[in-house]
Write a protein that binds this ligand. Structure first.
Ligand code: ATP
Length: 224
């Protein structure tokens, strides 16, 4: 059988974006739990090229991409998506979703995942209302970032809330759900600080990521 015939058709895709500077086990464990909660065919981790609302990452885009690709290699239903790195200029999610829609068509269920840290800033995002005509939104609670969204955003999503995460895959766009996960207390900032002070990052990131960091001498200076 050819590769083409072996490929399953994809009816539902979720996007988990981030700086991934570097990707760590907190991201990866959540990726699996999100995929299971939504019941999506594919969860794509999407490294951001130039995050519009934060400083320059400690590793280059291609290095962050390589670490994510190595981390998800062989994991069923997890993929890396490099489209934001192929585009110049700031990485606005609305542009990314337009691009994805053009690739996937209108029928595929598309869900964008955002942590409460990102959601609290949603009112500052480029053309944020349009996100909901292009995709569903899954809000991921983070214990260290209590929900404090803008009032307009809160009212907007309330009208779009569905009863269960799996309901999002029944519609192509426009739904909203809040997911509480047990999250591992790991952050990329902490990992960069450990590396800059010569400490171990074993068990915080997959071995392939730790090996990549060591091989390329990344994060030896702390930029936080
Ligand atoms: P930094 O410490 O550099 O801010 P980070 O560890 O928060 O990085 P990001 O790349 O900014 O990681 O996060 C990408 C996405 O992953 C965001 O939606 C964020 O909320 C989520 N995330 C970050 N850390 C965790 C974690 N430990 N568990 C689950 N999700 C996480």
């Amino acid at each position: 059988m050819t590769d083409f015939l072996q490929q399953k058709s994809v009816n539902s895709v979720a996007i988990f974006g981030g700086t991934f500077d570097p990707v760590h086990n907190g991201h990866l464990r959540s990726a699996i739990e999100i995929k299971e909660a939504l019941g999506v065919d594919e969860l794509r981790l999407m490294p951001s090229h130039r995050p519009p609302l934060r400083g320059a990452p400690g590793a280059e885009s291609r290095q962050r991409l390589a670490m994510v690709a190595a981390a998800v290699n062989g994991q069923s239903g997890l993929r890396v998506d490099d489209r934001e790195l192929r585009r110049d200029g700031p990485s606005y999610t609305v542009d990314t979703l337009r691009d994805l829609r053009a690739e996937l068509g209108t029928a595929v269920s598309l869900t964008v995942v955002m942590g409460s840290d990102a959601f609290n800033q949603l009112h500052r995002w480029q053309d944020w209302q349009s996100l909901f005509s292009l995709a569903n939104v899954l809000l991921l609670h983070r214990a260290d970032y209590p929900l404090a969204a803008d009032a307009t955003v809160t009212a907007f999503v309330e009208a779009r809330r569905v009863a269960d995460a799996s309901k999002l895959t029944a519609v192509s766009a426009g739904g909203f759900y809040e997911l509480g996960l047990i999250q591992l207390p790991i952050s990329a900032t902490d990992i960069r600080q450990r590396l800059a002070s010569g400490k171990s990052i074993s068990y915080l990131v997959p071995d392939v990521v730790a090996d990549y960091i060591a091989e390329h001498g990344l994060y030896t200076q702390c930029k936080t």
